[in-house]
Design a binder for this molecule. Structure first.
Ligand code: COA
Length: 158
């Protein structure tokens, strides 16, 4: 069984992330979306809130699970018997950071391969910070996040 981990902060999950999950689940038998607890970012949503939002969005996909973890990603991947880490590459600007992470992770665990998937070009500009900012200012985020996420954002900024 080919298992892949899709790690990230997901603060919150956007259509760009969902696009990557949909592509990954076609390639791997199981995809585990892993919310990083110890991200250096100060997330708007708690880990539990982020996990819940993702679960709501991916419940229609049978081979996708959602989890959270702290510590090194490669240790988590080994524990889950995963052979791949999935990352989305949106633009050249993502490359340097992703290249560094992929090579570092390969140095730490050579049996785990990082696989880059390109989300649809209509999501190239998208990230979670933009979504948070629009929602904070009362803008419409319908084109960027699933309905359940939009509702959670609305509650947060009430
Ligand atoms: N569509 C839309 N947005 C996307 C996206 C996509 N397909 N892919 C990434 N993004 C956005 C995210 O929304 C996020 O936006 P933000 O910065 O505005 O919030 C940004 O791109 C990058 O976020 P993300 O993909 O979540 O990565 P990250 O940099 O927050 O997470 C981890 C990095 C969690 C994977 C990394 O820190 C990690 O592995 N941590 C575990 C500890 C460890 O092992 N460290 C050593 C690593 S070498």
């Amino acid at each position: 069984m080919k298992i892949a981990i899709y790690p990230g902060t997901f603060d919150p999950i956007t259509y760009g992330h969902v696009d990557v999950i949909e592509r990954a689940r076609e390639i791997f038998d199981k995809v585990i979306v892993m919310v990083a607890r110890n991200s250096s970012k100060a997330p708007l949503f708690s880990t539990e809130e982020r996990v819940k939002m993702i679960k709501d969005v991916v419940k229609k996909f049978k081979n996708v699970e959602v989890d959270s973890s702290e510590g090194l990603l490669v240790n988590y991947a080994k524990k889950k018997k995963a052979t791949a880490i999935v990352r989305g590459l949106r633009a050249v600007s993502d490359f340097e950071y992703e290249f560094q992470m992929a090579l570092t992770n390969r140095k730490l665990a050579k049996e785990i391969t990082t696989v880059f998937l390109m989300p649809h070009e209509k999501y190239t500009y998208l990230n979670s910070s933009i979504v948070r900012e629009i929602a904070r200012m009362g803008g419409d985020v319908s084109g960027f996040v699933p309905v359940s996420v939009k509702q959670t954002l609305r509650k947060k900024f009430k």
